[in-house]
Ligand binder design. Structure first.
Ligand code: NAG
Ligand code: NAG
Ligand code: NAG
Ligand code: NAG
Ligand code: NAG
Length: 399
């Protein structure tokens, strides 16, 4: 007769080999001890078999498996109960993480919220046992010998390399005007590195220059007094200046608007040269064609421009000149004449027997030093010369 109990075990073994990890049915060693068993709770019923619904396995606490009987050997247990990996029931891990990112701090998170933070798989490293001592470093006298151990019993797992948080916003500028510095920070906590993981590369602090408004805008000083005239004679320029230092602009302050230099026209009367001449009494009252009229009686010649031997006035200084020629008419005769400058007629006229007394022509010219002015017959003249009617050539530098 078939041992009913054996048959029963055989079926149970077949059924249970397909169930996840429940292999305590092989507890067939000599080293069998009494298991510390408890009753399965409602959700932990291990085996219901044969329609009877009877419980044939009970949970073995240390093994997390169900055993066929109270006799079990934990050394054969293929599924050692993992260390407790539960969140601290006094903490709201979800809240802790959203407020304080507790999961980024692996060390802390493993104590408080290992399950929430998915850290149950982390294994702390432990030292291996020491190796045997090496031989002595010397063969006589005092030397050293060494022994080693590794962090591989077990090796820590997994290795976590540090990661930076995002940068904080930039801090306030160190100054309220001009140029200062500001900083921002980040920390190597996203996540923190594990003991054997790499720390974050780079700096946790970043500084940069910050520009604000200028502290002080520039303002002009008062104008200096005018410089002396750039020429000692006639029209020139005088200048004055000012500095943008009342106050000076700060580094980012605006510079003064406008020019630091000012110029104006100046005229120095003191050095004006006087030029004036008057000459009368024609050397030749019947000049030939285009002949230069020479007036031999020089009444004044300030500046020595008029030459009484040639009748020509040579300009001594640049300036505006006014010339005139007075001619006496003669009854029944005509005189034609011109004021000439460097061979160009500037004004022409004539005296006829219809004129009474004298006739004048004049000319105002802007001349340069060295230019020449004279009177010529144009083309001929019959001048009349008596004590009460003068033929006269005169000129003056007006300015
Ligand atoms: C079984 O284990 C529990 C919890 O570890 C313990 O309190 C109890 O004393 C143990 N019973 C036996 C018989 O070893
Ligand atoms: C060796 O070490 C011992 C103990 O420290 C010391 O007394 C001794 O003087 C040392 N010998 C030499 C040669 O340094
Ligand atoms: C600029 O300077 C002038 C004198 O040159 C002074 O009157 C004025 O108040 C100054 N302005 C400022 C803003 O300093
Ligand atoms: C006047 O002109 C003549 C002839 O060119 C010259 O010889 C003489 O030196 C001049 N006189 C004066 C005062 O310039
Ligand atoms: C100064 C002089 O001789 N003037 C004369 C100019 O011409 C008229 C008209 O012929 C005479 O009457 C003037 O005496």
């Amino acid at each position: 007769m078939v041992n009913l109990t054996s048959f029963f075990y055989m079926l149970a073994a077949f059924a249970l080999s397909t169930a996840n990890g429940l292999n305590c049915y092989e507890c067939q060693t000599n080293d069998i001890t009494k298991c510390n068993v408890t009753s399965c709770s409602a959700g932990e019923k291990c085996i219901g078999f044969g329609g009877s619904g009877s419980i044939i396995g009970k949970r073995q606490l240390s093994c997390h498996l169900c055993c066929s009987s109270d006799l079990c050997n934990s050394a054969l247990c293929g599924n050692i109960a993992s260390q407790r990996c539960e969140d601290d029931e006094n903490e709201d891990c979800s809240k802790l993480n959203s407020l304080f990112q507790v999961c980024n701090d692996v060390k802390h998170a493993r104590l408080v919220c290992p399950r929430y933070c998915n850290l149950c798989h982390i294994v702390d490293g432990e030292w291996s046992s020491w190796s045997i001592w090496s031989s002595c470093s010397v063969t006589c006298s005092n030397g050293t010998k060494t022994r080693t151990r590794q962090c591989n019993n077990p090796a820590p797992s997994p290795q976590v390399h540090g990661g930076w948080t995002t940068w904080s916003p930039w801090g306030i500028c160190s100054v309220t005007c001009d140029i200062g510095m500001q900083r921002r920070d980040r920390s190597c906590s996203n996540p923190y590195p594990s003991a054997d993981g790499n720390s974050c590369p780079g700096d946790s602090r970043d500084d940069r220059v910050c520009l604000t408004n200028g502290c002080t805008d520039g303002n002009w000083s008062q104008w200096s007094s005018w410089s002396s005239c750039s020429v000692t004679c006639g029209y020139g320029l005088k200048s004055r200046h000012r500095q943008c230092d009342n106050p000076k602009p700060s580094v980012l302050g605006t510079y003064c608007i406008g020019s630091s230099e000012d110029e104006n026209i100046c005229f120095d009367n003191k050095c004006e040269v006087d030029v004036i001449f008057t000459a009368r009494d024609l050397q030749n009252v019947n000049p030939a064609h285009s002949e230069t009229l020479i007036f031999t009686n020089v009444m004044q010649n300030v500046g020595n421009g008029y030459n009484k031997s040639t009748g020509v006035f040579t300009v001594p200084v640049n300036g505006m000149y006014s010339f005139s020629f007075d001619a006496c008419n003669q009854s029944g005769k005509y005189s034609f004449f011109a004021i000439v400058c460097d061979n160009v007629n500037q004004n022409v006229g004539f005296a006829s027997n219809n004129d009474y007394g004298s006739v004048s022509i004049d000319s105002t010219l802007f001349l340069s030093k060295g230019q020449r002015v004279w009177i010529k017959s144009n083309p001929y003249g019959y001048f009349y010369q008596v004590i009460n009617c003068w033929n006269m050539f005169s000129g003056v530098l007006t300015h």
